[in-house]
Unconditional design. Sequence first.
Length: 101
Amino acid sequence: MPGTGVILISILMSVGVAVNALVAADASISVTLSTVKIILFGSFAMLNLELALMGLLIGLCTTPAVLVDRILLEHIPAGIHTWLMELVIIVSAIALLSRIL
C-alpha cells in the first residue's frame, strides 16, 4: 500500500515549506502514521510477529537511502530540489491515472 508522501509533499511545497523542513515534516508525519498503524493493528491482533519482522526488515533496508538523501540535500540547490520533487509528483500522477484508465 503506497504512502501519503507524494500528496503530502505536494501540499507542503505549495505552501512554500523549505527543502530541509519539507523532508523533516514528511519524515515526522510518516513516523507518526506508522506508530498509529502499529498500535491500531496490534490492538486488533492483526499484526503478528512475521509481519512485524518484515516491517522491521524493510525499515532497515531503507535506512541507507535516507542517509544518502541527507547528503544530497546538502549539495543540491533548493531550486533543483523543487524541480525534482515536481517531476516526481507529475510522474506519480501519470502512473496513478494510467492505472485508472
